[in-house]
Design a protein around this ligand. Structure first.
Ligand SMILES: [Ca+2]
Ligand SMILES: [Ca+2]
Ligand SMILES: [Ca+2]
Ligand SMILES: [Ca+2]
Length: 404
């Protein structure tokens, strides 16, 4: 009800502030099937989700981004990294929650950045940035907000090149530790993950069984995420390898973060996105896998032994990135899927049995190839969470888009 009131107020505000020509369009869309060009927005039947959008041209081949407050003004900021690039761009949300190059900053690292994460690493209530670099030494860098995210920050070295980061307090000392997904450059195909504890000054304390050995036989694992998929209160780790077509979950076996011997894996062709998320509000968290070669999104639940397939969304080509939002306030999380084949975003509304279908979905086009999608609350004036997408054109030109 509250959402509806907000939506009505928002619509009235729009009508009252819009130009005469656009008011005519809005009125017409109320009593006829809306045309795509009319952007009927979130609440209208056939909504396109793009009544409000904000776009910003960014660097070439944007790869991943995150949203957090990086200058302590309570306005969300957006950090972006790029494919094979040492550049970190940070766009600060201004007083009106707008983003531009005039209010941004850039850091140029020593080597190409392979992953980015955010967390309060020094417990000063200011969110810091952690970057992994495609290099053999000083290849994980922590930039502290208290130092204005200035280089060199704090650097430490992983056993092999790092290609993924997951942050969690793995040993219960209240400080975030850094898990890294590591591998050699091909063709030796050694890979694994390790945990660098704050209490050990991020020296390697755990080096997990190498991922390249049988039966996992991974070659270039690049997907890495953390989450408690077995519901025992300890954060576990999940690794995916697109080329080999395999996903493995490692169970965190001890509150000291030192035991990682139990794992469970399954095969899926071409995984591109891993999310551990409580989707239905109860029981174990769900493991969601998007796969472009398998053309599907699978939702699995760990039953103590294996990741049991709960449901899947098939015939979904080009799955590039997944995120979740509750777009209708029913506490079940709805699925946001970016497709590099359809060049669009689709928001699938979850049913009570946690299935997702086109019957209750909305789709809207995006700049050519979506790279990574996030859901965050980008403005206190907006009752809903928003979708933040980075995408690229056929020439690689990057675009940051926020859909309200
Ligand atoms: Ca900010
Ligand atoms: Ca901090
Ligand atoms: Ca810790
Ligand atoms: Ca666990």
């Amino acid at each position: 009800m509250k959402r509806l009131v907000v939506a009505v107020l928002l619509a009235l505000f729009l009508l009252s502030t819009s130009l005469p020509g656009t008011a005519t369009l809005s009125e017409r869309s109320l009593d006829s099937e809306p045309l795509a060009s009319e952007n009927p927005g979130y609440e209208a039947p056939g909504a396109l989700f793009d009544r409000f959008a904000q776009s910003l041209a960014i660097g070439t081949d944007p790869f991943k981004h995150l949203v957090t407050d990086l200058n302590n003004d309570s306005h969300p900021d957006i950090a972006v990294i790029y494919e094979n690039s040492p550049i970190l761009d940070i766009f600060f949300g201004d007083l009106d929650y707008q983003y531009s190059y005039s209010d941004s900053t850039t850091r140029i690292l020593s080597n190409p950045i392979t992953d980015i994460a955010a967390g309060d690493m020094d417990r000063d209530d200011l969110t810091d940035i952690v970057l992994s670099l495609n290099s053999t030494s000083n290849n994980v860098v922590i930039l502290y907000q208290s130092g204005n995210l200035a280089l060199p920050g704090l650097a430490f070295t992983t056993s092999l090149r790092p290609f993924g980061i997951a942050l969690n307090d793995f040993d219960g000392d209240l400080y975030l530790d850094v898990a890294t997904l590591i591998s050699t450059a091909p063709p030796t195909y050694n890979s694994g993950f390790e945990i660098h504890f704050y209490s050990e000054s991020y020296g390697t304390k755990v080096l997990a069984t190498y991922l390249h050995t049988s039966p996992l036989s991974m070659q270039l694992p690049r997907l890495f995420t953390a989450g408690d998929f077995n519901n025992d209160g300890r954060t576990d780790l999940v690794v995916g390898d697109h080329g080999v077509g395999r996903v493995v979950g490692f169970i965190n076996g001890n509150a000291n973060g030192l035991v990682w011997t139990d794992y469970s894996y399954f095969n899926i062709s071409g995984p591109t996105s891993l999310v551990v998320q409580q989707l239905d509000g109860a029981g174990v968290q769900e493991l969601v896998v998007g796969a472009d070669l398998a053309q599907r999104v699978q939702i699995r639940q760990f039953d103590g032994t294996r990741f049991w397939p709960h449901t899947e969304l098939i015939n979904e080509p080009g799955v590039a990135s997944l995120a979740f939002m509750d777009r209708n306030g029913d506490t079940r999380l709805d699925l946001v899927r970016a497709s590099s084949q359809y060049h669009n975003l689709t928001v699938f509304t979850a049913s009570s049995s946690l299935t997702y279908g086109y019957a209750s979905a909305i789709s809207f086009p995006v700049s050519l190839d979506p790279s990574y999608v996030l859901v965050e609350d980008m403005s206190p004036d907006d009752a809903y969470d928003d979708i933040i997408l980075i995408s690229r054109s056929s020439t690689g030109a990057g675009l940051l888009s926020i859909y309200y």
